[in-house]
Design a protein around this ligand. Sequence first.
Ligand SMILES: [Zn+2]
Length: 319
Amino acid sequence: MKKRIGIGIDLGGTFIKYALGREDGEILAEGKKKTSAEAPNDIILNDIASAISDMKQNAINKGLKPVVVGIGTPGAVDVDQGYLMGGTPNFKYWSNVSIAAEIFKKVKLKTFVDNDANLMALAEAKYGAGSGYANLICLTIGTGIGGGIIIDKDVYRGSHFAGAELGHMSIKHDGASCPCGGRGCLERYASATAICEYYVNLSLQAGNSVNKKDITVKQIFELFKSGDPIAEATIEKATYYLGKGIASLINIFNPDRIIIGGGVSGAGKIYIKMIEQVAFQYAMPNGTKHLKILRAKLGNKAGYLGALALAFTQLDKGL
Ligand SMILES: [Zn+2]
């Protein structure tokens, strides 16, 4: 069977990362273009279209013809319409945009759009750590915590595309207030931001003054690996909360695999092991029998690979 070819776009606040690829996930070309979270919508749309043209030309040079475009963007997306519903905290004007329709006008290729955390999950499901399994939960641990739910090999988005906000699962009913309007959200307790906060506060309690701006999660993990007791207490606290949150997800979804991605997952095996210990301790035992918690495999390629996966998945539905 001839494999279809598409273009995957991963829109971020500073760069658009993109690729030309086959439906089995083989990447034929890739690129990166600067964009700006401060730019008006028509500039961002033009940047995306120019990335697509770049890949189209690359395909022509190879004697190939892409048939579809997939785009991942931050924010909530009406996937049926390819429409960004409302805005996204990092972008100044990027809200309420008919992304699929606008891009189709410019590049004349069928275009599908979804939220970037959903696409990271879909990428890992099709081409990464979750490949071959039907039901997955993905968590992206960065400044916040993003989530993606895969049920029967496809993204579960809720009835009106507002589901899978796993970072806003409350793990403390009277906990810290969150910009989402809730209290005690997981991302307030286990994100990179939370890890840095713990480290600064525990340092202060120990009589050391550390400026929040001077410390990164990467440094905290390095200190942790070298046996620094404050870094150890910090990571224990963050993985405890993340593990407890994951235990609830196991009880609800009974997934085959849980995949942890994002900047913090770069901390490696020990971090995943610590999360797993807590999660398996608190989840109901039937849910953990066949379960593994794994580190995401695709790194920063997950964005455009997920966009490609979306494009072919939607085409297969006859959309
Ligand atoms: Zn929240």
